[in-house]
Every structure is written in structure tokens, then in C-alpha cells.
Design a protein around this ligand. Structure first.
Ligand SMILES: [Ca+2]
Ligand SMILES: [Ca+2]
Length: 198
């Protein structure tokens, strides 16, 4: 077990990570909850994934709480292979909001501290897994938007582009910003790592 304190938004959260990829979650079947397994037999890790869309915007934190309620967390992406698999779950247009020729997609489990100096500073995964692999859209992270405080991670793509998708930083409130329509979807992962958000 390891404990890590992470500054995010106006809160300090404590992450307690128990077990890990090898803790036997692969043996449990989450398909009845709508999760699909990236099987080791297919080059995966036996983790379970589920993408959810809704008609209204949702914040990063609320999406993370929903994932934790199902023994998981927002998805963490550790490799190009995992990014490709996860991307394949959200090709449908219901996961995306179109704005100004680009489309903005589901929350991922990365976040950055408030008011960081450089857009690439301070990124981490909700599980405290190492932040090594990245798949930013060219020009991102930008820490742009009206508040200049884009501290949540989401997928973005050119309109109707196919998977695999790349990453954008956006305000973690998930609310509509400028002419954008907000963030209306999120992707969960169950892998035996349990972030605890008080
Ligand atoms: Ca992962
Ligand atoms: Ca951005």
C-alpha cells in the first residue's frame, strides 16, 4: 500500500493504492456492469473499461466519483496500445462535442494542479501510476480557455476522425466554455487500484 497526497482544484485528496494490475481483478467479471476486458490473450492487461455518455456536461471530479463507486477510476493510459484500445470504445459521436471544426471527447484520469506555470507541468494520474506516456494533440496541453486553468485531461479529435485519439487539457469543471459545449462523457477503468477521494 502506498499513500500519496495530491493537490487538485481547491482540495487535497489522499490516494490509497492497494494491490495493482496483478491483484486478481482480471479474474472478476465486470461485464454485467457494461465493462469490457482488454484481455492479455489479445495483448492487453486484463483490466476492465467502460465509456459513458450523457446529455449534459459533467465535471472531472464528478466523473471520477462515479467511477470510484464502481470499484474503478477514470481511465489511466500507460502506452500507445492502451490508448488505441481505449480510443476504440468512444468512436461513436455520442461521446463528442463539436466546436469550431474540432470535437472534444470524454474525460480521462489525468489532472494537473491549479494555476500551473507551464502547461506541461504537474500532470499525474488519479491512481498515482507513473506519468510517462503521453499522447497530446499537437499544440496541447495549452492551459488556455477563458480561465487559463485547464487542469483536466480529455480526448480531442478533428471532426469525425477515427481512433486512436489524442489528448487535450480542458477546465475540469466540464462546463461549456466559450462556444464549446462542455464535456459530456468519461471513460472508467477497473484494475484493482482504488483511489480514495475524501
Ligand atoms: Ca490503465
Ligand atoms: Ca487545451
Amino acid at each position: 500500500m502506498k499513500i500519496k497526497h495530491v493537490a487538485f482544484g481547491f482540495f487535497w485528496i489522499t490516494i490509497v493504492a492497494c494491490g495493482g494490475a496483478g491483484s486478481g481483478v482480471g479474474a472478476k467479471d465486470y461485464s454485467s456492469l457494461g465493462f469490457v476486458q482488454w484481455k492479455k490473450a489479445n495483448g492487453g492487461n486484463d483490466h476492465w473499461y467502460k465509456a459513458v455518455s450523457q446529455t449534459t456536461s459533467i465535471s472531472w471530479r464528478d466523473a471520477e466519483r462515479l467511477a470510484e463507486g464502481l470499484e474503478g477510476h477514470l481511465v489511466t493510459i500507460q502506452s500507445d496500445e492502451e490508448n488505441t484500445f481505449v480510443s476504440g470504445l468512444v468512436s461513436d459521436s455520442k461521446f463528442w462535442v463539436n466546436w469550431s471544426g474540432a470535437e472534444f471527447g470524454p474525460w480521462l484520469g489525468g489532472r494537473a494542479p491549479d494555476n500551473r506555470v507551464n502547461p506541461t507541468d504537474g500532470w499525474n494520474w488519479v491512481t498515482s501510476e507513473v506519468w510517462t506516456f503521453t499522447k497530446w494533440v499537437p499544440g496541447e496541453p495549452s492551459n488556455g480557455g477563458s480561465a487559463k486553468n485547464e487542469n483536466g485531461l480529455q480526448y480531442a479529435r478533428q471532426a469525425s476522425a477515427s481512433a486512436p485519439f489524442s489528448w487535450n487539457d480542458v477546465a475540469s469543471s466540464g462546463a461549456a466554455e466559450n462556444a464549446g459545449g462542455g464535456v459530456i462523457s468519461y471513460i472508467m477503468e477497473i484494475d484493482g487500484i482504488r483511489p480514495v477521494t475524501p
